[in-house]
Design a protein around this ligand. Sequence first.
Ligand SMILES: Nc1ncnc2c1ncn2[C@@H]1O[C@H](COP(=O)(O)OP(=O)(O)OP(=O)(O)O)[C@@H](O)[C@H]1O
Length: 510
Amino acid sequence: MADNRHLLLLSLGELITQEISAAQLVERIVDLVVKLLEADRGTIYLLDEGHGELVSVAAHLPEIDELRVPLSEGVAGHVASTGEVVNLPSARHDARFWEAIDQRTGYQTESMLAAPLWDARRRLIGVVQLLNSKRGRFSEADAATLADVAEQAAALIEQTTLRHELGWASTLVEGSEELADEAPQLVLGESFNRIVGQGPAMRGVLRDVQRVAPTDATVLLRGESGTGKSLIARALHYNSPRRDGPFVAVDCTTLPETLIENELFGHEKGAYTGADATKRGRVELADGGTLFLDEIGDLSPVLQAKLLNLLQEKTFRRVGGNDLLRADIRILAATNRDLEASVEEGHFREDLYYRLRVVQIEMPPLRQRGRQDLMQLVDHFVEAAAKRHGRRVDRITEEAMAMLLGYGWPGNVRELENCLESAVIFSDGEISPSTLPLPQQGRTRKIRALGSQTDAPPDRFVDEPSLAELEARYIAWLLGEYDGNRSACARVLGIGRNTLLRKIREYGLE
Ligand SMILES: Nc1ncnc2c1ncn2[C@@H]1O[C@H](COP(=O)(O)OP(=O)(O)OP(=O)(O)O)[C@@H](O)[C@H]1O
């Protein structure tokens, strides 16, 4: 059992690295726990605080779609209210047993084991429950195992966006949950584990992912650095029929041409000095799965030709080999380059370009995703970093949030993630402007980023700033334009110098 438990925890850990949908993740957790503890059925309930109910989000309940259990009812309700692990050899003879469920499902509950799911701040988020031990009754060792596994499972569930999507999670960032209410409800199966984004731009991306993931089509992911292209590539793989096969990523920028060819296609024994054994390349390692080629715009002409062959014929040769080998792979590629310009300049093959661009997914830069997406990302990354570093963050000040919302994020989501990780480490329970490592030149960059929006009369504000943010940005931009001359800025703004100074202080623009 100890070994099994170890294996289960490992399998649970692996689940989170795979971009399966959040709903699938909880289903797999239930399946694994049922198998490990030799139960007949299992259910994971999450707490819907608003309604004071537990709601089944994954369950072996062929009879009904969803179960809602009031906190005052049943064994699950008892576990949620008291935080106790409950082990009942004969559930129907226990006063806490809620017969209504068996009556609805026609199932005969005999033994039952249930444990609470806690979040990192020791708040209850749900209950995991097992029915009918195949060994007649659950042992005390089973109860201890379930308590252990429940802890891991809760940590996994917390890392997903599931509770946010359901609109039940409490948030650090005021208003970050508003969108969940405003947006048309996403169907669980359509959402992706750990990918945050419900604004129109990201919803479009996720809709495309949903459509193309199940096909074998080559997909070209485009967008600035740090926008999540690799994340989406993994989502495409783990939501495709190839999900049980390997996902192999190759970064085409990091190695010189000859090494990349070797890395991709492998080599035959004796292909060159030092090649004393045949080596399989990434293409072969990806067999039955997905090959993700990152930064494809950087490939040399020779490799572009070989890649074209691979795309068209699904065939390749190892370096130094004559045999034409066949690969059963799906190819995904990504670039942050202007491929059209590269084609024009003769650096990128036109035929390869057309072959690649059949299905394209364009990742929007962070500054175009709207304030709600940014706020949800902030919430997501702060929670994740706090957990990772064992820190507690209770609050992000309004000024800090205004700074985050006003910044241009040239490094996109990766820059935001790094910035918040650092802020969490240096914060003392609260993230304030002084804990945000937005460099001084960050302001300059912000001003420049804004410049492009304010120079031309904006016909739409892609990042939906509030009036106060807009005011802060305009002042910041003016200060940049007038080399920090406050009197000149005040004149342009038609306000007194003191009023301007107050606003500069208020918006943290000193
Ligand atoms: N929508 C999102 N939700 C949650 N995390 C995200 C999201 N988008 C990106 N990230 C995170 O941001 C970081 C950067 O993403 P990723 O590496 O996928 O970007 P990229 O576009 O492939 O970058 P590059 O072009 O530099 O390779 C990763 O840690 C990723 O998990």
